[in-house]
Design a protein around this ligand. Structure first.
Ligand SMILES: Cc1cc2nc3c(=O)[nH]c(=O)nc-3n(C[C@H](O)[C@H](O)[C@H](O)COP(=O)(O)O)c2cc1C
Length: 338
């Protein structure tokens, strides 16, 4: 080893990746996002060995919980949904989910965050209590509505989120995170309202199933399920803004985080943690270690020995020209680009 490298190694302070998220201490800001990657104890144990700070379990669906509680039919479920839920529940039963939480908690020391896909504050909500009893460290609510009803106001749609959070808060003590999209007129106001209703953290953003069109077959298809590194940008903008505007809420950045650089950017913008999914499907679970290594070597190079030492250094409040976060038109580039 070259003399200079040895000196650098000795001189560089011990790097700690520890962070806090939803009031939990995470040994690393790298969280494995809700997906099939976390649907068994073996997989969760492997991610702990690879250095994950926490895992978010694959989501249960609100409809599934209601169905198993015998509530859905009375509520007038349409037949295709009924078939789908019956089939899905055979392999992903609510009981199995609770067992997964219990067993994962015994098997690992990292936080295990449960997840529910939900759209309403109806009967399923009481199930949050079972999740808490099973030992989950926190609950992530994956909430999304396509606000496409022209008779409804934005406030009416936003109220659905608020009612849901309030109801879940009434039955659980564990920390709540809301995983949301970016389709809001005033996202900062929305997140602030979630915070005041008791949400400790937000996941910015979920990646949604999106339509595409096959022009040869002339029919609707779905776009690819995995993100690309360029997909980080929406999230980066809003992490930078929200971490300043809603100071006490914890942000986990999500979508398009494929390497150490993306993690560093999100933490500089103010994220407390990041959630990673697509790249682990594409490159394998071991890639988590590569990402952690890139983060550590950058921290060492820049002389930061903790996440808090650089977190938020480039958020909206800290940069000389915050309008960069709000600028949407490429005026400078459009006028000179050839
Ligand atoms: C195969 C697959 C399954 C997923 N399942 C869920 C899920 O059950 N619940 C959820 O909240 N998000 C789910 N997601 C979304 C991811 O948790 C994540 O938010 C999204 O993929 C963006 O992160 P990425 O760019 O790192 O993939 C899934 C994503 C993929 C690719």
């Amino acid at each position: 080893m070259a003399k200079e490298t040895i000196i650098n190694k000795i001189a560089s302070p011990m790097i700690k990746l520890e962070t806090s998220y939803l009031g939990l201490t995470l040994k690393s800001p790298l969280i494995v996002a809700s997906s099939g990657l976390t649907n068994s104890v073996e997989k969760i144990r492997k991610f702990e060995e690879l250095g994950a700070g926490a895992v978010v379990l694959k989501s249960l669906f609100e409809e599934q919980i209601n169905y198993e509680a015998g509530m859905l039919l009375e509520n007038g479920l349409y037949p295709e949904a009924h078939d789908y839920i019956t089939g899905y529940s055979k392999t992903h039963s609510v009981e199995e989910y609770l067992k997964l939480i219990e067993e994962a908690k015994k098997a690992v020391t990292i936080p295990v965050i449960a997840s529910i896909n939900c759209m309403s504050a109806n009967e399923w909500v009481t199930f949050a209590r079972d999740i808490e009893k099973a030992g989950a460290d926190a609950l992530e609510l994956n909430i999304f509505f396509v606000a496409s009803d022209k008779e409804q106001s934005s406030e009416q749609y936003e109220k659905l989120y608020h009612d849901l959070i309030v109801k879940v808060k009434q039955v659980t003590q564990i920390p709540l995170a809301a995983k949301i999209g970016y389709y809001f007129t005033n996202l900062a106001g929305m997140v602030n309202n979630l915070y005041f209703r008791g949400v400790k953290g937000v996941v910015l953003f979920n990646r949604f199933y999106e339509p595409d069109i096959d022009i040869e077959k002339m029919k609707l298809t779905t776009s690819g399920v995995f993100s690309s590194p360029a997909d980080i940008r929406q999230s980066l903008r809003w992490v930078g803004i929200i971490s300043d505007r809603v100071k006490n809420i914890d942000i986990a950045a999500s979508t398009g985080i494929h390497d150490g650089k993306a993690v560093i950017k999100q933490i500089l913008a103010g994220a407390k943690a990041v959630q990673i999914c697509s790249v682990l499907y594409k490159k394998g679970e071991e890639h988590l270690k590569v990402i952690a290594g890139e983060l550590e070597s950058w921290m060492s190079r820049k002389g930061f020995n903790s996440i808090e030492a650089f977190r938020g250094k480039l958020n909206y409040h800290k940069i000389p020209d915050p309008s960069v976060y709000e600028r949407t038109q490429f005026m400078r580039y459009f006028s000179s680009y050839r």
